[in-house]
Design a protein around this ligand. Structure first.
Ligand code: F6P
Length: 348
């Protein structure tokens, strides 16, 4: 009997359990055995694997997080990590692996496939929506919904108190969450890493808006936006920890506070800051994410069945297709100018 392993790596994300359920159910229907690997790549490095059956995946569709646990372990940064991954894989009698993750987790999968012929299929997960070669990653829709709801709620305080409300959202080095939630929430200024509008320009937009009689404003800023000044100076505000993980990422967060202070000092408008943080990643996935995650899971199981490895399930238009892991992880999918133009059309 053939055996497929499943792991979830990187930040948790709404819809992970929906993928696990779909891969498991379809594989069991084909009389495959399914093994859950604990805590991302760490489970293969340390050999922590558990059987997954119908019972284990029952009732998990609407649950946030991941029943398998997750870490940002990079086997290429662990002493003998890659050899350990391969040894566990063989010892467990696995024939294929479904790796559910973002650029880091899938970057490892791509490398293992390219260098060692490792039989792996990827599923694109991340609230950031920054994976190349797919229109959307699952988890993004939920994050945008949560951020939009927060913006709607902050509108009422903004209006009642005549304040500027700054909302800091996640997204790492791309501005997809800020852009979509900002457009959906009717934000007056949207600041993202790809379009470094200066602090001066942002303040002048707010002043112009207030001059027309609107005495409140909503500013959405992506955590990866560098505070950019007319002088050319740029500052990336990183979180207190400032540590990097095994993939070299610095912990972001804090730009909202810095920006809020600048706005208040430069315009004199009373300003408050809300940092949404991990609220954006928590809880139950939207129906759209559940459906997308389910379709990705079924596709991944089908690719495993066909032994078409080194591929990632992807969404092109409304079709689920497969693309190479190499293409998916070659570069980040950033917000193109035509998308930012939508936000600009209604700014201020
Ligand atoms: O990649 C998802 C994400 O939520 C980013 O938006 C954010 O920068 C990062 O993960 C936060 O990571 P952690 O949960 O390790 O603080």
């Amino acid at each position: 009997m053939a055996r497929v392993g499943i792991l979830t790596g990187g930040g948790d994300c709404p819809g992970l359990n929906a993928v696990i359920r779909a891969v498991t159910r379809r594989s069991l229907d084909r009389d495959w055995e399914v093994a859950g690997i604990r805590d991302g790549w760490r489970g293969l490095v340390d050999g922590v694997v558990e059987p997954l059956g119908r019972r284990e995946v029952s009732g998990i569709l609407p649950r946030g997080g991941t029943i398998l646990g997750t870490t940002r372990t990079n086997p290429y940064k662990v002493d003998g990590g890659v050899e350990k991954v391969i040894a566990t894989f063989e010892r467990e009698g696995l024939d294929a692996l479904v790796a559910i993750g973002g650029e880091d987790t899938l970057g490892v999968a791509a490398k293992l496939h390219a260098q060692r012929g490792f039989p792996v299929i990827g599923v694109p997960k991340t609230i950031d929506n920054d994976l190349n070669a797919t229109d959307y990653t699952f988890g993004f829709d939920t994050a945008v919904m949560i951020a939009t709801e927060a913006i709607d709620r902050l509108h009422t305080t903004a209006e009642s108190h005549n304040r500027v409300m700054v909302v800091e959202v996640m997204g790492r080095h791309t501005g997809w969450i800020a852009l979509h939630s900002g457009i959906a929430g009717g934000a007056d200024v949207i600041l993202i890493p790809e379009q470094p509008v200066t602090v001066e320009e942002a303040c002048s937009l707010l002043e112009k808006r207030h001059a027309t009689g609107k005495d409140f404003s909503i500013v959405v800023v992506s955590e990866g936006y560098e505070l950019t000044y007319a002088s050319g100076k740029k500052t990336l505000v990183a979180g207190e920890a400032r540590a990097t993980d095994q993939f070299g990422h610095v912990v972001l967060g804090g730009v909202g506070d810095a920006l809020g202070r600048e706005i208040e000092e430069r315009t004199g408008f009373e300003t408050r800051v809300t940092v949404l943080g991990h609220v954006q990643r928590g809880g139950t996935p939207t129906p759209r994410d559940r459906v997308l995650a389910t379709r990705y899971g079924l596709k991944a199981a089908d690719l495993v069945h066909e032994s078409t490895f080194g591929r990632m399930a992807a969404l092109h238009g409304d079709q689920i297709v497969d693309v190479s892991l190499e293409e998916a992880t070659r570069e980040l999918k950033t917000v193109p100018p035509e998308w930012y133009a939508v936000a600009q059309a209604l700014a201020g």
